[in-house]
Every structure is written in structure tokens, then in C-alpha cells.
Design a protein around this ligand. Structure first.
Ligand code: ADP
Ligand code: MG
Length: 249
């Protein structure tokens, strides 16, 4: 699919997110601003509970902000109804989770095919896309395997094939190496690096792992509800982040 829109992959403007629990208001994001250019590879770090997953879910259209704007691939998500947003997500976003989230009763092939069942592609076209996806992640020979027959690293590679099979504008990854041994984690990071470098995929990755963060092109930290740039990292040069105080890196 050609990416026809102009402008950045993601624009987050003055974003606020509060949760409500037992009559308490829990402010999580407090005026977050972020711009992710097409072809960028951004790592989002921050202490546990700082709102990384919350921000990622808002960017991916899985949740709605309290206020503020999220524009992805030129689409203002606040303008989409629930059903339109679900359709939009399936066409524009590839999700990669810490625990892979594969369906245990489906084979690798069937797991990767899932997002395509929502498209008008024929069975044969779907099979071609699935094969290509599994080839990219190096698991074409495991198509008929069930998740329990795969290692954690292989499961994550199947999940990545599923995330890219629709050719989404944006890949969001929430702690994609968080449950993996060092070697498998490196393989996943190599793969994400290739998807960005070779295939031009825009990636936003939440991670605790400094080794993972250092593979990204840019780094931001979420602290006390706002984003601050990661100037401690040499690769964060040229980052475009604004905090609510208007500090620009
Ligand atoms: N659905 C929810 N309802 C209430 N509180 C939530 C919900 N989701 C997240 N939170 C709270 O928001 C804060 C940020 O959570 P999260 O975004 O998951 O942080 P992180 O991913 O950085 O660890 C935490 O205090 C968490 O308890
Ligand atoms: Mg999280």
C-alpha cells in the first residue's frame, strides 16, 4: 500500500490523559507534545507507571485522550467514531506486545493471516502476504507450528509478521524484548532495525532496556506526565520534542 498522506507520521499536541478510580483522578499525561516523522524509529523510556503504555495506546487509537490532539498519518483520531477507529487501527497500525499475544489455537500462518481477514483480499492473496511476512521474519519454515511449539523469540517474530502483514503506516511496540533472553532480544531488535532501515517502517517503541533504546534513532523520556528529550544518548540528536514548558530540543 502506498503511503499517500503528507506530513509527519504522528503529531501529538498538548495531550492530557486522566484515569478515574474510586472518585480519585489519576493524571497520567499532562500536556504531552510529540512529533514522529515518517521513517523515524523512536524509543520511549520512563519509569514504570509513568504513562508509556498510556501514550502508546493513545497514539495507536486504542484509547481516547481526556483532551488534546492525536493525528496519525494525517488522520485526527478524535474525529473517528468507535467503529471507524477500529477499522482505522486495523489498516494503519501494527501492534507488537511484550507477551506476543498470539492466539494459541491458531498456527503461525493463521495468526499472521488474522489482520487480513478484515480486508477484501482473496484467500490466495492472503496466503502470499502471510508467506512474505513470515519470510521477512525468517520463519517461513514454521508456518504450520503452533505458538507452544515455538520459542519466545520465534513467537515474537510471528507477532511481528502479523504486525507488518497489512503494511501499516506505524508500528507500535510495547516492551517488545521485555520477556526475552539477551540473544532473542538482539534478534528482535535486529529485525525492528531492518523494518525501519530497509522497509522504511515508522516505529515507536516503549522500552525499559537501554540496549533496546540505543538501537532507535531517537529517544524520549516520559517523566511526570511530560516528555523530555534523551540528550544523554548520542543518537537523540535532532529530536523534535516539546514539553508543556515549551522547551525544545
Ligand atoms: N485503565 C486504567 N485505569 C486506571 N488507571 C490506569 C489505567 N491505565 C493506566 N492507569 C494508571 O496510569 C499510570 C500509567 O500507566 P501506564 O501507562 O501503564 O505506565 P507505564 O507503561 O509507563 O508503566 C499508572 O499509574 C496506572 O496505574
Ligand atoms: Mg507499560
Amino acid at each position: 500500500m502506498e503511503q499517500t498522506f503528507q506530513g509527519p507520521a504522528v503529531v501529538v499536541r498538548d495531550l492530557y490523559k486522566e484515569f478515574y478510580r474510586d472518585k480519585l483522578t489519576i493524571p497520567v499525561l499532562m500536556g504531552t507534545n510529540l512529533q514522529v516523522e515518517r521513517g523515524d524509529y523512536l524509543a520511549l523510556m520512563g519509569p514504570s507507571g509513568s504513562g508509556k503504555t498510556t501514550l502508546l495506546n493513545l497514539i495507536a487509537g486504542l484509547d481516547r485522550p481526556t483532551r488534546g490532539e492525536v493525528v496519525v498519518a494525517g488522520d485526527d483520531l478524535s474525529r473517528l467514531s468507535e467503529s471507524a477507529l477500529a477499522r482505522w487501527r486495523s489498516q494503519h497500525i501494527g501492534f507488537i506486545f511484550q507477551l506476543y499475544n498470539l492466539i494459541p489455537v491458531l498456527t503461525a500462518f493463521e495468526n499472521v493471516e488474522l489482520p487480513l481477514l478484515l480486508t477484501p483480499l482473496s484467500k490466495r492473496e492472503r496466503a502470499e502476504h502471510v508467506r512474505t511476512g513470515l519470510e521477512i521474519v525468517g520463519l517461513a519454515d514454521r508456518m504450520d507450528h503452533y505458538p507452544r511449539q515455538l520459542s519466545g523469540g520465534q513467537e515474537q517474530r510471528v507477532a511481528i509478521a502479523r504486525a507488518i502483514v497489512n503494511d501499516p503506516v506505524l508500528l507500535v511496540a510495547d516492551e517488545p524484548t521485555g520477556d526475552l533472553d539477551a540473544k532473542s532480544a538482539r534478534e528482535i531488535l535486529d529485525l525492528l532495525g531492518r523494518l525501519n532501515g530497509e522497509f522504511g517502517k515508522t516505529i515507536v517503541m516503549v522500552t525499559h532496556d537501554p540496549h533496546a533504546a540505543e538501537r532507535a534513532k531517537k529517544l524520549v523520556h516520559l517523566e511526570k506526565g511530560i516528555l523530555v528529550d534523551g540528550t544523554n544518548q548520542p543518537k537523540s540528536e535532532g529530536i523534535q520534542v516539546e514539553t508543556s514548558q515549551g522547551i525544545k530540543a
